[in-house]
Design a protein around this ligand. Structure first.
Ligand code: GLC
Length: 475
């Protein structure tokens, strides 16, 4: 079986969030399980020269973007056994950053059409095209509108993965013909509530749709989570699935992680974590005492990550003696609130603003607990990384957090959880974790149990393969 993975980001080439981790690691896991998986992504100018200079030029062609014809070059690079295609157009992708431009809708319409057009020019015939989030959603539509009549495309099935339903690719209807080249008679496939909506187009046109955890697949049928798409999805539940993400256990391995002060495994966790903890506190300029726990947070500073809850009770947590380190960037309201908090509690709270992988790894390894109080969390990868590094997750029971973390109150769980989106419920979970931390023997047992949790891609890649197989059996 041949798969073509379409994505707007993939680690290690270009990354802004969890999407890149998944698209950089799942294709390898699929290949390890016996299918061929290749990946196509834009050739952004921000891709590091160390990779770019090894890319080989394959071919070029022109791509229709509404009434325009745009150049597209194709470069190829094999990374750890997986072939990546990079689509080149400097007008669209030679920019400082990957998203956030006035013409993102046009840029990713070009990319979607170019990814399909490429198949007319290269020697690869996918059985499945697997698209991810709104940026590649139009592939699912364009294949039906413009490519089905070509033999190479007759039998291709498409899977669309929703990594986050909040970002749908919504634009004005004026884009329909001018930019997207979609005839009025086909507009029902992409029009939703008075807008062009790329994600709706994929949900309509893909053979199967999945999300990145079973719980999120249920949650998005509810208006509280769906950002407007629940009615559409409820009518399509026959094609909706949920498959948990995995993590790359080689990339996130405390025994070999080059960012850590001291590497450690289950047997050496006590000493190793203590040294990583001291290193972390030094980096964040906090005192190194060990009697109170350090809670770490890593992620985008945006509302759905549950930062309002933290904002509401942070001072109380600090007054209880908890120390906190935070890494991320995002909305000004959170950046400024938490920076101000750090200024007022310099002995207990510290924040670094940015997307800094080295600091993130130091938090995964050096913190005692890892807090993710998300309002919604399609899957979440950081809690799985935290487990692997023996850092006990405190999470809200939503999406993938619910599917990967269970409360340890019963003596078998791997973290601390709370249900309602309520600041004091979160506080209670943090205080329970703090109390558990003082029971040194039991805490160590919990840490070791966490490190033994298996969130590798292996079993989950097999679930994808059987989903692909089911799709091929569809009429
Ligand atoms: C998005 C989601 C996150 C998920 C990631 C990878 O970033 O917000 O929960 O883990 O995609 O699927």
């Amino acid at each position: 079986m041949n798969i073509l993975f379409c994505t707007s980001e993939a680690y290690p080439f270009v990354a802004s969030g969890g999407l890149a981790d998944v698209c950089g690691s799942l294709p390898h896991a699929i290949q390890k399980n016996g299918s061929q998986c290749r990946v196509v992504l834009p050739l952004y100018s921000s891709i590091a020269a160390q990779y770019r200079e090894k890319f080989t030029y394959l071919t070029n062609f022109t791509v229709a973007v509404g009434w325009r014809n745009q150049y597209c070059g194709v470069f190829q690079y094999e990374h750890e056994g997986v072939i990546f295609y990079f689509l080149d157009n400097e007008y669209y992708f030679k920019r400082s950053g990957i998203y956030g431009f006035y013409d993102d809708g046009e840029r990713f319409a070009f990319f979607a059409r170019a990814a399909l057009e490429m198949l007319n020019y290269i020697d690869y015939a996918p059985d499945i095209i697997h698209t991810n989030d709104w940026q590649t959603a139009l592939v699912n539509l364009y294949i039906n509108l413009y490519y089905r009549h070509l033999p190479k495309f007759y039998n291709i099935k498409t899977l669309f993965t929703i990594h986050n339903i909040q970002y749908q690719g919504k634009y004005g209807l004026d884009m329909l013909e001018d930019t997207l080249g979609i005839n009025r008679k086909d507009s029902y496939l992409i029009e939703f509530e008075g807008c062009v909506n790329y994600m709706k187009a994929a949900i309509e046109c893909a053979d199967k749709v999945n999300t990145v955890s079973p719980t999120y697949a249920q949650e998005i049928l509810d208006p509280w989570f769906s950002h407007g798409l629940d009615s559409l999805l409820r009518a399509r539940t026959y094609k909706l699935n949920g498959i948990l993400n995995g993590i790359d256990i080689a990339q996130y391995n405390p025994e070999t992680d080059l960012y850590l002060k001291t590497n450690f495994g289950v047997e050496t966790v006590k000493k190793g974590k203590a040294e990583c903890r001291a290193d972390l506190l030094e980096l964040f300029d906090l005192p190194k005492d060990t009697d109170t726990p350090v809670i770490g947070m890593v992620g985008r500073l945006v509302s759905h990550k549950g930062l309002d809850l933290v904002r509401h009770v942070a001072e109380y947590m600090l007054q209880e003696g908890i120390k906190m380190v935070m890494l991320g960037s995002g909305d000004y309201t959170y950046e400024s609130f938490f920076s101000e908090l750090a200024a007022r509690y310099p002995q207990q709270f510290s924040i670094k603003i940015g997307f800094l992988p080295e600091v993130a790894h130091k938090i995964y390894a050096g913190a005692d607990m890892f807090l993710m109080p998300s309002k919604s969390e399609p899957c979440g990868l950081a809690q799985m990384v935290a487990l692997r590094y023996g850092t006990v997750p405190i999470v809200r029971e939503t999406g993938g957090l619910k599917d990967t973390i269970t409360d340890s109150g019963d003596g078998i769980g791997n973290g601390f959880t709370f249900k309602s989106y309520n600041a004091h419920d979160m506080l209670d979970a943090c205080l329970r974790a703090k109390a558990a931390y003082t029971d040194v023997q039991n805490w160590e047992t919990l840490v070791k149990r966490d490190m033994a949790c298996n969130n590798s891609w292996d079993a989950r890649a097999k679930e994808y393969i059987s989903l692909y197989e089911n799709m091929l059996a569809l009429w």
